[in-house]
Design a binder for this molecule. Structure first.
Ligand SMILES: NC(=O)c1ccc[n+]([C@@H]2O[C@H](COP(=O)([O-])OP(=O)(O)OC[C@H]3O[C@@H](n4cnc5c(N)ncnc54)[C@H](OP(=O)(O)O)[C@@H]3O)[C@@H](O)[C@H]2O)c1
Length: 282
């Protein structure tokens, strides 16, 4: 019984691989780059979802998979080819990391469209499926803010009072591990928000408390914020994030307690996430 974990070096995938290993499962950890940065003790393989010819070897002899949904909106992988390779290899269960954006009836944006296409293809494939539909990851704040905190002790924001309920990546992984190792999660879609609604300002304060420094907040325009985020992410996503912050200015975010309900252990708070990742901001 082998579980193939795609994106095993990724924010969520690395915890899925580690969690499955701790649960006594046999794991094959996938990266597009040979074995770099993967924890020891794992069987590793190289594959690229966007290059279907690499999939049969990676999936050979496995029966379960953890799969990322939309990865690169500008160069999406062909999900039909991925599900064809998975079923041909005998995979019978997939846990898919999708996105809460698929639930927004008004969202005709590229990200929900691609994730909806991927979900539908997995449903049609005949494999057992569980969809994890998280909101904004806590790890995003590291991508957006770690460099400016490290270099200038500042976070530049257009809407410091925008609220969100960041989801710690360990919690998403814990849901995936539960769905892959325990019965009762087939044909289920779990919407995953963080446990608390916090302003972006409060999130910055939690990081400051974790590293023992008071971090400055500087106000910037929407345009400047889009440019900052576009340094690491595709412009289409940067635009969606800034629009999301504008809409969330002063508005409490939806929260959820699903992690505790499904896994039996409470999810992390953002303050705990910040303490866990303090070194990334120092
Ligand atoms: N960030 C959010 O707020 C948020 C919210 C909801 C859903 N999501 C979903 O979460 C996923 C991204 O999470 P993240 O930003 O935390 O990503 P990440 O940690 O940067 O991980 C992406 C992983 O996917 C692997 N990968 C990338 N392209 C691949 C390909 N073509 N074939 C195989 N593996 C590939 C990479 O592995 P290698 O480089 O080792 O190959 C990397 O480990 C996306 O599916 C996104 O839709 C994100």
């Amino acid at each position: 019984m082998v579980t193939v974990v795609f994106g095993a070096r990724g924010n969520v995938g690395r915890h899925v691989a580690a969690g499955l290993l701790a649960a006594g499962e046999q794991v094959r950890a996938i990266s597009r780059t040979p074995a770099a940065g993967l924890p020891p003790g794992l069987e590793t393989a190289t594959a690229d979802l966007a290059r279907p010819e690499t999939l049969p070897a990676a999936l050979d002899g496995a029966d379960k998979a953890f799969l990322y949904g939309m990865l690169d909106p500008e160069k999406p992988y062909d999900i039909e080819k991925v599900t064809a390779a998975a079923t041909a290899a005998g995979i019978r269960q997939v846990v898919l990391l999708s996105s809460v954006s698929v639930l927004d009836p008004d969202a005709d944006h590229l990200v929900p469209r691609l994730n909806r296409t991927i979900e539908r293809a997995v449903q049609r494939s005949g494999m057992d499926w569980t969809f994890l539909r998280p909101g904004t990851f806590a790890a995003n704040t590291r991508t957006w803010w770690a460099e400016s905190i490290r270099t200038d002790n500042v976070v530049r924001l257009p809407y410091p009072l925008a609220q969100s309920a960041p989801v710690p990546e360990k919690d998403i992984a814990a849901l995936a591990v539960t769905a892959l190792t325990e019965p009762g999660h087939s044909h289920q879609a779990y919407t995953v928000y963080g446990a608390g609604s916090l302003t972006l300002r409060r999130q910055v304060e939690h990081i400051g408390e974790a590293i023992g420094r008071r971090i400055r907040i500087e106000h910037i325009s929407d345009k400047q914020a889009r440019a900052e985020i576009s340094r690491t992410w595709p412009p289409v996503i940067a635009e969606a994030i800034v629009n999301q912050w504008a809409a969330a200015d002063g508005v409490p975010a939806t929260t959820s307690a699903i992690v505790g309900k499904i896994t039996g252990a409470p999810g992390q708070t953002y303050a705990q996430w910040a303490a866990d990742h303090a070194d990334d901001f120092r």
